[in-house]
Ligand binder design. Structure first.
Ligand SMILES: [Zn+2]
Length: 397
């Protein structure tokens, strides 16, 4: 028994499991041939995060002022996420956790923990069995159960009206059950086209939900129902006000976490090179990495964070004798190699490919198209030893 509720045993088990999975992740992430950055991110989010945060609603209560008995556990989660984000983005190990979170678009540990714990609390609160399983106690904050504390946060911070939440009847299906085929058409025209193409004989249910003036509703309709006696053809349901509806409450919470992340990024101490480029937490960061070779992804992150195998950085960590470039005109920085160095004029011309050159390093590194060209140019110089084995087909425009 963990009589003092320090969760040490749980932490050791969690760390051991996560480090096994992290080494599997890094085996997929070789810098010259490895899996694409977005796919590694997906593996991390699907395989490591759920295991790491298992039961976190029991061991983590969000809130700064509280003495958090689980802080060692939170530190461990932070270490794992930082390492994972470094593997995913191909950033140097010295790169700040705040910066790699933004580059890999991973919700920071503090916000992720809070979101997962609140989601669990919401699930408990919306079961019809809630009243039987957890009676609300009238006691001071220090004596409250983790569940009561989480519910208080939902109410106070996220404005969720607990007594008005929609109740959800648990619906159990066997693991081998396959859900009915669902399809969401991108536009009304395509939906009509899809509808006309469906073969007769199959049962189709059309459904939509909407929110107007803070009220949420849903409707489902099925045609060809004459064959199916006993099934009503149409059903509409008022789901309640936006803050009471569970789906909306969960989404509101997600939005609040993103806002908190942005605020934390503004004031963070580390990862400032990336911050100065104007890179903000957001999904659009991933669009740069979607269709490019892993080496290009990694070089983009390294250029943007300033932690890259060029002499200016290597010298600062005692890995190079000098920070000067071979050309003799200045320090070997990303800016110098991309825009100034005389040794790479041909590579530079290839980067601009006839287009008017851009001399604003900030714009180059924050634009998705230019950053990819810049990464290819740096790779063509062969200055980065880590990527020498990258196939040359990757580097052509
Ligand atoms: Zn130079």
């Amino acid at each position: 028994m963990d009589t003092r509720l320090r969760w040490n045993h749980h932490r050791e088990k969690m760390e051991a499991g996560a480090s096994k999975r992290l080494s599997a992740l890094s085996a997929l992430a070789a810098s010259t041939w490895g899996t694409k950055m977005v796919n590694l991110r997906q593996v991390y989010r699907a395989m490591i995060v759920p295991q790491m945060l298992y039961g976190c609603s029991a061991w983590h209560t969000p809130g700064k002022d509280r003495v958090n008995s689980s802080s060692e556990l939170v530190k461990a989660v932070r270490r794992i996420q930082r390492r994972a984000a470094q593997i995913i983005t191909g950033a140097f190990r010295t790169t700040a956790g705040d910066a790699v979170d933004v580059e890999a678009h991973l919700l920071p540990v503090q916000q992720q923990l809070e979101q997962t714990a609140l989601e669990a609390a919401m699930r408990v609160r919306t079961t019809p069995m809630y009243n039987d399983m957890a009676a609300e106690a009238n006691c001071s904050d220090t004596e409250k159960s983790p569940l009561d504390l989480l519910l208080a946060i939902l109410q106070r911070k996220h404005g969720v009206q607990l007594n008005q939440l929609e109740r959800r009847q648990p619906h159990i299906v066997p693991p081998w059950w396959t859900p009915p085929f669902t399809c969401i058409a991108p536009s009304a025209e395509l939906a009509i086209k899809d509808h006309d193409e469906v073969e007769t004989g199959s049962i189709c249910i059309f459904t939509d939900g909407s929110g107007i003036d803070g009220h949420v509703g849903a409707a489902a309709v099925t045609l060809r129902s004459r064959q199916m006696s006993g099934i009503s053809t149409r059903r509409t349901q008022y789901m309640g006000s936006a803050s009471a509806s569970t789906v909306y409450a969960a989404e509101l919470k997600g939005l609040a976490m993103k806002t908190e992340w942005s605020a934390a990024w503004e004031t963070a101490k580390h990862g400032r090179e990336l911050f100065k480029l104007g890179v903000k937490p957001g999904k659009d960061v991933l669009s740069i990495h979607c269709n490019v070779h892993r080496a290009i992804s990694s070089v983009i992150t390294q250029m943007r964070t300033g932690k890259i195998g060029l002499r200016a950085y290597l010298h600062s960590i005692d890995k190079a004798d000098t920070d000067k470039c071979d050309c003799g005109y200045g320090r070997q920085t990303v800016r110098h190699v991309l825009l100034e160095c005389r040794n790479w004029t041909e590579e530079r011309q290839q980067m601009w490919a006839g287009k008017p050159p851009c001399v604003d390093i900030k714009r180059i590194l924050s634009s998705s198209t230019m950053a990819v060209q810049a990464a290819k140019m740096i790779l063509r110089t062969g200055l980065l030893g880590q990527f020498l084995a990258v196939p040359s087909t990757v580097l052509t425009t």
